[in-house]
Design a protein around this ligand. Structure first.
Ligand SMILES: [Zn+2]
Ligand SMILES: [Zn+2]
Length: 122
C-alpha cells in the first residue's frame, strides 16, 4: 500500500477542522476520515457495498506523484478495490464535485456521480 506515513496537521477549515494538509502530512487525518465517511456510505467504487468505515482513504493523485493529503484528493476504498487501484492498474479521476471516473486496465471506463453528501466538508 502506498498510503502511509507521518503526521503534521496544519490547515483548518472554517469549522476548525483540518481537512487540507497539502504536503504537510501523508496520512489522512481523523477529521478527513470522518468527512469521507459522512460523504460516502460505502467504498467509492460503484456497486461496492463495503461500509466506508472499513475503507481506507486513498490518494487519487498518488503521494509519490506529489498528490496532496487534501479532502479533494482522498477517496474511501475497501481493501480489495484499494488493491485493484494500486496493483491492478485501475486509474481513478475525481472532479471537484466528486464525479468519479474509473479507467480499467482493458481501457473501458465507468463514471459515477457525486455521492449523496450530507453537510460535511465545504
Ligand atoms: Zn491508496
Ligand atoms: Zn470496494
Amino acid at each position: 500500500m502506498a498510503c502511509q506515513a507521518a503526521i503534521f496537521p496544519i490547515v483548518l477549515d472554517n469549522n476548525g477542522i483540518p481537512l487540507y494538509h497539502g504536503r504537510q502530512r501523508r496520512l489522512a487525518s481523523r477529521s478527513q476520515r470522518r468527512a469521507l465517511k459522512t460523504m460516502y456510505q460505502t467504498c467509492a467504487i460503484p456497486g461496492c457495498t463495503v461500509n466506508s468505515r472499513y475503507c481506507e482513504p486513498h490518494h487519487i493523485l498518488y503521494w509519490r506523484n506529489q498528490g496532496n493529503t487534501d479532502l479533494d484528493n482522498l477517496l474511501p476504498l475497501c481493501t480489495r478495490h484499494h488493491h485493484n487501484v494500486h496493483e491492478g492498474g485501475w486509474k481513478l479521476a475525481l472532479t471537484t464535485n466528486r464525479t468519479l471516473t474509473i479507467t480499467y486496465p482493458d481501457g473501458t471506463t465507468q463514471t459515477t456521480g457525486p455521492p449523496g453528501r450530507r453537510k460535511a466538508a465545504a
